[in-house]
Design a protein around this ligand. Sequence first.
Ligand SMILES: [Ca+2]
Length: 233
Amino acid sequence: MAWYLAPSLAVLRTEVNTRWPRRDKTSDGTIGDPAHQERPSDHNPNARESVDAWDMDKDGVDVDEVIRAFERHPSAHYWIWNRQLADKDTGWRPEPYDGDNAHTLHVHFSIKQTAAAEQDRRPWGLLEDDMNFRDGGDGEALIYRLSALVSGAATVQGGPTKGERVAIIERINSTVGRLDALAARVEALAAADAARDAQLRALLEQHEHGQLSAEAVVRRMGELLAAAGQDGA
Ligand SMILES: [Ca+2]
């Protein structure tokens, strides 16, 4: 059967591999072995052919850090590690796990069984942890994603240094700053246009009510439009 590791978990695996390039992968796992296929398991491909679980060998990584990062991601569902299981639905409170496999050689990570959770490629925070973008708004979330894309692409060629990643993020930040300034300017121009339209309408009304001569209206309009020309300059 065709299958693929859920893209969100593939991002997690790439982050772990990038962060700890020499880690042991002996106990890593994705698709279920024949024993898994005999019973319901997130290691079995679902109707979308997605495998929604990933096993990470415990050696050569900071297991606690990966678990904490996992718990913060919107796709996360539950983990099993060292005779304990913690589920998002119970606030990630670890509980005793007495399954056949005590999970002492690898950590099991399951995401939610939804297309959205599978396709969510947002970073898990293992590469950008020290860059303080975690608590940002939409703009920063975008930067966060872009930096992950950039670092993910660069991983293939050996991985960018932290300095290179910081420089990339600074460039993106500066571009976002310029776009914000431009948007503010467009908004100000639109507001000025609206104010001028209102003034022109008021002049015409005054003329219709006999309060202003046609010549005066034309002269005031000329002044307003000349002022507008200066605004735009
Ligand atoms: Ca191992």
